[in-house]
Design a binder for this molecule. Structure first.
Ligand code: PRT
Ligand code: ZN
Length: 297
């Protein structure tokens, strides 16, 4: 493979992961010029380009060295590693990205009283994930038939081509609509940033480092809130005890009010009205909860 001086990231062309993935990259300061074929987006500021493809092709493109990184569901990455990519270079999950959450589950007809994997012995299970299902069956010592289907897995039991299915579930609505119910979870999935275990040693390695640092900042601030409030010194301990998780708060004096303090705390997640009301009861006032836009540790 010819050395490249620009980083190339593969992501889904059009599907559930497209918008959140683009949004995340934009937040990392990466913007792209729309090209006419929309298969290749040229990076404007940083030397990072995007390749827009079917999600199933992403791990293979990285394994072949066509792309350096990819944004893809853990379900697709793990399936690749257990099947087509078994012989190729190892791919790592560099970061989990917090969107595209779902789970790969076994689902059975509603009237089936499922308690344990052994009950699936001898059954036919339809799935688009033969690698992950096969491994789970082996781990649980179950000998079942795996019926591999490219799509519409959920109708297989009604068509009589399978007794159970193994498919992605999010709200569970699709299962209910097909008179099925979730029986067991094989894999908790979300979108991940993946790349080869061995990162390139040229400038691309430095760019990946930079991107990972920005990503960490973006992921961290997406959930973070800055809490500002005033409290008397006497109520301070009680107020601090009620603060949501995060690093130690900062305390500042309030001009002309020696018994008052201004407190500033970075909170790891949402701060609810109920939490605010509790903190106020403990003696705080003038409370503000602010979103955090950027963070560089
Ligand atoms: O064209 P391309 O191959 O790129 O797209 P695709 O159709 O294979 O993928 P797409 O866009 O449907 O999903 C991309 C990724 O989103 C998946 O690989 C998962 O990592 C993630 N994801 C999150 C989901 C779901 N949630 C999801 N609910 N992928 C699929 N589903 C389907 C599921 O297969 C089932 O049919 O939605 C149905 C279940 O949803 P509920 O809400 O009814 O339970
Ligand atoms: Zn796909």
């Amino acid at each position: 493979m010819k050395p490249r001086d620009r980083l190339r990231i593969a992501m889904q062309k059009s599907g559930r992961l497209t918008e959140p993935a683009l949004d995340l990259l934009n937040r990392c300061g990466l913007t792209f010029r729309q090209s006419r074929d929309k298969l290749f987006l040229f990076g404007e500021g940083e030397p990072v380009d995007l390749l827009l493809v079917r999600d199933d092709d992403i791990p293979g493109l990285i394994a072949q060295g066509v792309c350096d990184l990819g944004i893809v569901g853990r379900n697709v990455l793990s399936e690749f590693q257990l099947t087509a990519g078994r012989e190729g270079p190892a791919l790592s999950e560099w970061r989990s990205l917090g969107f595209g959450r779902c789970r790969l589950s076994i689902a059975v007809p509603q009237e089936f009283d499922y308690r344990e994997p052994a009950q699936l012995q001898g059954m036919r299970i339809a799935t688009s994930y033969p690698g992950l299902l096969g491994e789970w069956l082996r781990t649980n010592g179950v000998d079942a038939g795996v019926v591999t289907l490219a799509g519409s897995v959920e109708i297989a039991p009604r068509l009589g081509t399978a007794d159970a299915i193994c498919d992605l579930v999010q709200s569970g609505g699709t299962l209910v609509a097909n008179q099925l119910r979730e029986a067991d979870v094989l894999l908790e999935s979300e979108a991940v940033l993946t790349g080869p275990e061995a990162l390139p040693t040229d400038e691309r390695g430095d760019m990946i480092d930079l991107l990972l640092k920005r990503l960490d900042g973006v992921i961290q601030v997406r959930e973070s809130r800055l809490l500002l409030l005033q409290t008397s010194r006497s109520a301070l301990d009680a107020v601090i005890r009620l603060l949501p998780g995060g690093p130690q708060p900062t305390l500042l004096p309030v001009a002309g009010q020696p018994d008052q303090l201004m407190l500033q705390a970075l909170c790891a997640g949402e701060v609810s009205w109920r939490q605010l009301e509790e903190i106020k009861k403990a003696g705080a006032r003038e409370m503000f909860v602010l979103p955090v836009e950027k963070m560089l540790a």
